[in-house]
Structure formats: structure tokens, C-alpha cells
Design a protein around this ligand. Sequence first.
Ligand code: AGP
Length: 611
Amino acid sequence: MCGIVGYTGNKAALPILIGGLKKLEYRGYDSAGIAIGGPSAFILRRCKGKVSALDKLVSSEKINGKTGLGHTRWATHGQPSEENAHPHTDCRGRIVVVHNGIIENYIALRKKLKAKKHKFRSETDTEIIPHLIEEKLKKEKNLLKAVRKAIADIRGSYALGIMSSDEPGTIIAARKDTPLIIGLGKNENFIASDIPAILKHTRDIILLDDMETAVIKPDSVAVFDSAGRTVKKKISRIRWNPSMAEREGYRHFMLKEIFEQPRAIQDTLRGKLNPAKGYIHLEDIGLTVPYVKKIRKIFIVACGTAYHAGMVGKFLIEKMLGIPCETDIASEFRYRSPVMNKSDLFIIISQSGETADTLAALRMAKKRGLKTLSICNVIGSSAARETNGMIFTHAGPEIGVASTKAFTTQLIALYLLTLYLGRIRGAIPRQEAVRIMTAILNIPQQIRLILRKSKAIAKTARKYSKKRDFLYIGRNLNYPIALEGALKLKEISYIHAEGYAAGEMKHGPIALIDKDMPIVAIATAGGVYEKLLSNVQEARARNGIIIAVANTGDKNISKSASDVLCVPVTLEELSPLLNVIPLQLLSYYIALYRRCDIDQPRNLAKSVVVE
Ligand code: AGP
């Protein structure tokens, strides 16, 4: 996610902006920039790379302006570059904007503005905002009213900081679906994406709510609702220390990222689904209709958690498209002799886009002439640059080594791809697509319901935090979720945990079962529920301790399970999205009780860039 910081007051803005951007670096970014009001025009300085490079760029200049905006960019539209870095300006450089969020209809708006002779310099969605405001100012002299008219034309999410040469000393802020706070000082005020950026200067903040705008001056802050009426806002006093502030009060980045999943999924879905028309917008992944109709086989290759997402993708593709799908661990794929044909589609899944084994497998497929697609969380990464097309997961930077929000957004990308291909190939009828899309749009809220039970899951975790071995079992498209749950526990609590296909119990693992080895069984409604139930009863009959992931209200499972982690009912195809959440929380809390280094587990790296 991008980072915003703004200042207007009686001090030089530059050091405050640079210091604030440094405090936002933990969010991950690829370029940075500042704009500061000058005697005549704005002084705009931007660069690709780190805030330290920006600091060096301006260090030799005398920039004394007392109002300014700063930004760190996490690329979503357009490569990391100076031209794409924020702030962006209008044609005359008199309006300056920084933005965090996604503008879904920027292509249409850009076309309209170009027709009105506006000149664009970047590939970003953000750049349409200053030009839109410039256009509105032709009729509306008041900056705030022009901003409100401009954002009324925008579809998507935004946290905005805006300045105009016509109103020196003033910052306009606006927010929809992306956080933005106002910091209150003495003869100075601030805006920021989140608290760490301004904690050094003030602990008194106002949280802007959705559809609100604000006019910030050195000695006043006025907030307005969507109808333009003045709103009286509560002033909150922040009690966090700086490191807690970076995690927004969560104890670990992993917990923060588990709780960010509803927003991350909403951002990944944004602008992609049109249930009313049964349509999926994935045109920009570079697969033509004739090519899609000719696909004979699909490969999905990845590592770790991303591989588990790929396994779910295999179930979806084979069940819903009727196309054979081969999934493989990248480090195995590259050393076997896979049979690939040019008509096959080759997909890699990678949060970082830099995993060495995954990239090596990709290069093998490209050498054989296959069309390639990446599902990736980092624009500008090797995976994004080296594949023919990409589905971007809008998870935002994932700091915790244990992957959580990247995994669920990878699953979302696979649902989108399956629906897209299925509609083109006629394998998924419109009504079926609408049914699935409607259920997908409900997932963020259903995840919120599970997250609300985190305290109960913590209680279960405490009971088992001293155990030495766990078995995770699942069937069908929840078999990969059993593997994922076991991986989460292994990598952050250092407890030995194995994921297994539940039907395999009799073929060996059942010998392991005793009263000291909890079995986590994923037993939600679906075609294999009864089978799973009998696996649970088999384990119970051998004194196994059962922790079940089951649908709320399931009376059967509680007869055999010592603990039930409840999830809402959804379509069977979508159940992995919900079933993984309690397993993420279970592993987090077990690791917490074991006082493990949750965000940086021993021996692990966030991105395995070597073999
Ligand atoms: C998952 O929790 C691990 N951090 C690890 O398995 C990770 O998924 C794997 O290394 C792949 O990383 P990538 O998605 O960046 O390619």
C-alpha cells in the first residue's frame, strides 16, 4: 500500500515530510516523492527507489516552504519509475495530488480528459485526479467544491492529499475505502496514511471516515460529509509507542495481515466482477479469446503457500473448466521432464515474484514456447516482468514471513481466472457464474465474522500450545488447506505438523494417533463431508484429539471433536477461503503462547531468491 504524509504549519515542511515517509517505509514501496509550496510554484521532487535517495536528491536545495505533501508508492498501475512516482500534477503544475488506493475507471476518465487536451506524463491511475480537478475548476472556483465534483466521477478507493497554488497553506484531504488520518498540532496540522508518520509530532488525531473530505490549514481543520455538511469529529489520543504504531496496534505484522484479509480481498476483487452481467473483467491479462478457447492443459507451478493455492486452483480448473491441470512444486518441476505443449497455459504463483525455483520453472516453460501468466503481489517483480500476463493480488506489502493475506488473494485470483476462462469457453453458464460471483463478494464479510472469534481460537490454541506433533487432514479442495494449515504451524511455532489427505489415514498416519497428537480436521459442508466425518470418528476411536474446522451450527462434528473452529457456510468451491482463516489464527496464537519470533521465524526468509 502507498504511504501519504502532509504538513501545513509554521515550520519548514521538508524535514517533516522526509521523516514521515521514513516512518512509512515498513509498508513496502518502490518510489517516493514530495511537493512543497514555493513562492511562485510547487517544488516537486520524485525518485525511484528509497526515501534515502529522495532525501539525498533534495539535501543540497534550500526548500523552505511550510506546506507540503509526501508519498511512498507501492506500484499497482505502471512500473516503479520517477514518472509514475507521486505527487502528480495537472497540466500547469498548479494542482498537486498524492493518492493511496485504486481508481477502477481511470482509463475512461483519462480518455475523456485527453479529449479535452489534458497532457499525461505517467502510466498511473492517480494522474487523472489533478487533471480532473483542473477541469472542474474551469467552472467551480472553490477548490474544495472542485475536488468534491472530481471525486464524484471516480469509481474505486482513495485516500487523497491535494494542494493548489491558488490556496497556499491549504491541504484538502478525502477518503473512500482507504485509511487517512489528520494529525492536530499547535499552529500546524498533518495528514497521514497511518499513525507512525506523524507520531513524533502529535498524538492527537482525527480518523477521516469514508466519503468525508477535509480542509486543513495551519490553524484550522474542517471536515465535511458526502453532502458537504460540516461534521464534528472525535479527537483520539494515541497511546502507542512507535513500533506498535507500525503494526497499527497489532502485536505482530502477521496478526495485522490476517486481519487485513477482508480489505485485501475487496481490493483484489475491485472492478473485476459484474454479477449483474455475469461478467469478469480480466481483459488485461493478455489471453486472447481464440487462445483461451484452444487451451488444452494448464500448468500451475509455485513454492510453499503459493503452491497450496495452486493446488486449489487445480480443483477449480478441472472441476469447472474440464481442462487437465498439473500443479507442481517449482523445485521438483524444474528437475523432472514435464511434458509440455505450446497450447498449454503455464501459470506461476508468487507473492514476491522473485522466488528462484519458481522463476527457473517459468523460464523452462518460456523456452518451450508456452504462454505464461503470473499471479503475483509485486508489480515490477521478475515474475510480473517475465510472464506474458499477470493477475495482481492487491494484498499490499506482506511483512510477516508467514504468508496469509497473499494466500487468500492468490485464491481470489484463481477464482477470477477460472470464471474468466470458463465464461469464454462456455464451460460456466452465466447463472452459475453469477451464483459464484455473488458468493465471492460475500467472502470479506464472512471472514470478518471469523476474525471476530479470534479470542475463542486463542483459547483453543492455548490448550494445545505444548503439543509436539499435529496432523492436519482435509479432502478434495480442502486437502491443500490441510497442507497450508500445517505449514503455518510449522513455520512460526516450530511444532512438527503434517498435512495429509484424510482418505490416506488408513494407509499409515493412523498409526501415529494417540492422545498426545491433535488432529485438525477440515470438515465443512460439501461432497466429501460424510467421508471426512468417518475419518474423524476413526481417529476419535483411537483416542485422537480432534480440532475440527466446521460450519457454524454443525451438530454432528461436535460429537467427535474436542474443539470446533466455526466458519460460515459458503459454496463448497469457496470453502478454502474461509477454512484457512481459523488455521492461520490457530498457528499464530500457538506460536504466541510459545513465545516464538512470529514475524521473523528462525531459518526463514520472506522471499527465497536462492535455490
Ligand atoms: C509461506 O508462509 C512461506 N513464507 C513460504 O512457503 C512462501 O509461500 C514461499 O517461499 C513462496 O514465496 P513466494 O510466494 O514469494 O514465491
